[in-house]
Design a protein around this ligand. Structure first.
Ligand code: GRF
Length: 217
């Protein structure tokens, strides 16, 4: 039997990326298992997804805490109590304090809906359209105290089409998010990701081998 890395997933909303991780972890051969899902929003739909998958859930309402640090301390406690070794942020809409980020340095990953370092922050699809980008996508990266800035583990690119709007583009990116996040978790859980300064080096079996060109020419 494979030793499975224990993971806590932090969410704030619909949890489609959480679902992709739950689905991946449903395979006993997958090298990670989700031990707790924590939301700062009581009615986040992702909590329902976790319950359906038989995963323990917890709500920690940030509004009940006097400061970011106090909220983060409670989060930290809840993650450690569950025995988690890695934290996955999946649409978790809170900025984290420097202390929390440092405590989980190298042990916390996030998915961001752009090809970082382009388009940090919110409204990434709008920003990509406004910039006239021809390729857009998503990034799974380690979390550092700077927003959307840590070492990159996996990226997936999609073409931006001439008739795209924010909806159509976000849908195309989201489909790739659901592939990229389980892949990144698998690589981390298998111990194939090592940090060299601000670069994550990936030990792989196969080279991706192809290029993505848009327009195709
Ligand atoms: C995703 O687009 C993710 O990249 C971003 O927030 C969104 C969360 O969506 N960080 P979901 O809750 O996983 O469906």
């Amino acid at each position: 039997m494979v030793k499975r890395l224990k993971v806590a997933v932090l969410i704030s909303g619909r949890g489609s990326n959480l679902q992709a991780l739950l689905d991946a972890c449903a395979d006993p051969a997958f090298p990670a298992e989700i031990v707790r899902v924590i939301s700062n929003i009581g009615d986040a739909y992702g909590l329902e997804r976790a319950r359906k998958a038989g995963v323990e859930t917890l709500v920690i309402d940030h509004k009940a805490y006097p400061s970011r640090e106090a909220f983060d301390a409670e989060l930290d406690k809840a993650i450690r109590e569950a025995g988690a070794e890695l934290v996955c942020l999946a649409g978790f809409m809170r900025l984290l304090s420097q202390g929390f980020s440092e405590a989980w340095n190298g042990k916390m990953i996030n998915i961001h809906p752009s090809l970082l370092p382009s388009f940090k922050g919110l409204h990434t699809h709008r920003k990509a359209l406004e910039a006239g980008a021809k390729l857009h996508g998503c990034t799974v990266h380690f979390v550092t105290p700077e927003l959307d800035d840590g070492p990159i583990i996996v990226q997936a690119a999609v073409p931006v089409l001439s008739d795209d709007d924010e909806d159509s583009l976000s849908h195309r990116v989201l489909e790739q998010e659901h592939k990229a996040y389980p892949l990144a978790l698998k690589l981390v859980a298998e111990g194939r990701v090592s940090l060299e300064g601000r670069v994550a080096k990936i030990a792989l079996h196969a080279d991706p081998g192809t290029r993505l060109l848009n327009p195709a020419g």
